[in-house]
Design a protein around this ligand. Structure first.
Ligand code: 4NP
Length: 171
């Protein structure tokens, strides 16, 4: 499925990455995707942020295991968790869910079919993700789960950056 067109072609393309708590997966995806886009020369053309569907951790730093994993691989870690608000849809071109629960929650909040078409699974941009392209919740697992998540996110971010380069490069 091709990327949705920007709502405002004169501004940057706006991507929001969404998980449950906004302290593990989506902040990791925000940092990794932002880094990838910068390397691809798209820093000014795409704006990335993140949020959780839940509100438990609003204002909190990233999970210490998520931050340690990012740091180990050279990514930044500054973060303050936020909850996704339905009025953000109007200001995002693409909203990317980490798992199918997040996807269902977002689709329930989406006001119309045009907005629903902008909601996708983040890992669907990884060429090797298979038929169930989720990034599983690492919160209740061990440290190795965070490496698995980082690897999944890196592959998906690379695929998405490539698609964004094609979409925006032709403008
Ligand atoms: P995340 O992980 O959705 O990747 O940020 C979680 C963080 C916190 C909780 C669940 C998942 N929690 O239940 O508090």
């Amino acid at each position: 499925m091709s990327l949705p067109e920007p709502r405002d072609p004169s501004g940057p393309y706006r991507v929001c990455v969404v998980c449950l708590g906004n302290i593990c997966r989506s902040p990791m995806a925000e940092k990794i995707l932002t880094t990838d886009l910068g390397r691809a020369g798209l820093a000014d053309r795409v704006r990335v942020d993140s949020a959780g569907t839940g509100n438990w951790h609003v204002g909190a730093d990233m999970d210490t295991r998520a931050a340690a994993t990012l740091r180990k691989y050279g990514y930044p870690t500054g973060h303050a968790a936020r909850q996704f608000s339905p009025d953000w849809f109007a200001e995002r071109d693409l909203v990317l869910a980490m798992d199918t629960d997040n996807l269902a929650d977002l689709l329930r909040l989406a006001p119309d079919p045009e907005t629903e078409a902008r909601v996708r699974l983040f890992r669907s941009f990884a060429p090797d993700a298979g038929p169930n392209p989720e990034v599983p919740d690492p919160y209740y697992g061990g440290d190795d789960g965070f490496i698995t998540v980082l690897n999944m996110i890196e592959a998906a971010a690379k695929g998405l950056t490539g698609e964004l380069a094609v979409l925006l490069g032709s403008r």
